[in-house]
Design a binder for this molecule. Structure first.
Ligand code: SF4
Length: 328
């Protein structure tokens, strides 16, 4: 039995009051709610693969894949379907239950590349993994095609607050983001949407972003919380490193206002100690991205053996594959 109700009518003041609590009180509240909705011993292990890298026409100021910034990231065309499926199989063998494919596109176009992505979705789905894609903006019809191919989740982060959005990206607006998320929902695909801290936003912006997520008619099933990965050559390369306690505070608040969602400790783990990550798990994070390639898209990330060792130290275990458990 759960006693904390899921609410979609949060106010900014309420979320601010949660966020501003003394840290230990906040973590205690989040950990308590986390245990009502989730098994606190289980962490979902996911793998993210860049299926098309760089050369993106957008100007997201944190991103090394934007064509206009001079970064060390190599442009790579859409990977062959067999290569992607082989990566997914490897990820599954290493304990991942969710496989996310990312393409550096502004939006999906109805062309042969999209047909190939549809084949990739079908192929990964056949492996019995949760399939997720992040491909940029999406129409309702395209979302339906992905759903019919077996797509489980679509990632489209808000990145930051509505008020701060234009400081970070000028080539699209916040409403475009919401529109794609609505198209994903209408198609019956689960929503993965969160944000990044360390972009130069205020605490109020962070709270406002959580408010947008927590007042959606249905909370995103998946909420990634990222710390800015500072990429050389991007406008934000010299931003200060995100304080680990800020990540803990953000994760705990997300956990309290969206109790049933999977809160993912995403980018920035490479700069966190094992103890700092443990605090994030205590605060309600219940997923990490890992893999043999030791990258998260195009930025460094801990490798799978290091992560498995960390989970073991902390008495945590990879979440079983729900699709396979259900099938059994
Ligand atoms: S975050 Fe995505 S949309 Fe923005 S520049 Fe990078 S690849 Fe393009």
């Amino acid at each position: 039995m759960t006693s904390t109700a899921i609410r979609n009518n949060w106010t900014l003041e309420e979320i601010q009051a949660i966020y501003d609590q003394p840290l230990l009180d906040l973590v205690y509240q989040a950990a308590t709610i986390h245990r009502e909705y989730h098994s606190a011993r289980e962490i979902q292990v996911c793998t993210l693969l860049s299926i098309k890298t760089g050369g993106c026409p957008e100007d997201c100021s944190y991103c090394g894949q934007a064509a206009r910034y001079h970064t060390d990231i190599k442009v790579q065309a859409l990977l062959p379907t067999e290569t992607v499926i082989a990566h997914a199989q490897k990820a599954k063998d290493n304990g991942s239950t969710r496989f996310c494919m990312a393409a550096a596109w502004r939006e999906v176009r109805d062309n042969r590349d999209f047909d190939r992505v549809i084949d990739m979705v079908k192929g990964v789905n056949e492996l019995g993994m949760e399939v997720c894609c992040t491909l940029g903006m999406l129409t309702e019809e395209q979302a339906v095609r992905l759903q019919e191919a077996g797509l489980h989740a679509y990632n489209h982060n808000l990145d930051t607050s509505e008020q701060y959005y234009k400081e970070i990206i000028s080539t699209r607006n916040f409403d475009n983001r919401i529109n794609t998320i609505n198209n994903v929902r209408k198609a019956g695909i689960t929503v993965c949407s969160g944000g990044i801290i360390g972009l130069g936003e205020t605490h109020r912006d962070r709270i406002s972003m959580l408010l947008t997520l927590a007042t959606m008619p249905k909370h995103p099933e998946s909420v990634p919380i990222n710390a800015l990965a500072r990429v050389k050559g991007t406008p934000l390369e010299d931003n200060p490193k995100v304080d680990a306690w800020d990540m803990v505070r953000m994760i705990a608040t997300a956990r309290i206002v969206m109790p049933a969602s999977t809160v993912r400790l995403t980018a920035g783990r490479i700069e966190m100690t094992e103890s700092e990550q443990a605090w994030c798990f205590m605060a309600g994070a219940n997923s990490i991205f890992t893999g043999e390639r030791q990258t998260l898209l195009v930025t460094p990330n801990p490798g799978v053996s290091e992560d498995m060792q960390m989970l073991q130290h902390l008495g945590l275990q990879p979440m079983p594959n729900k699709k396979e458990v259900t099938a059994c």
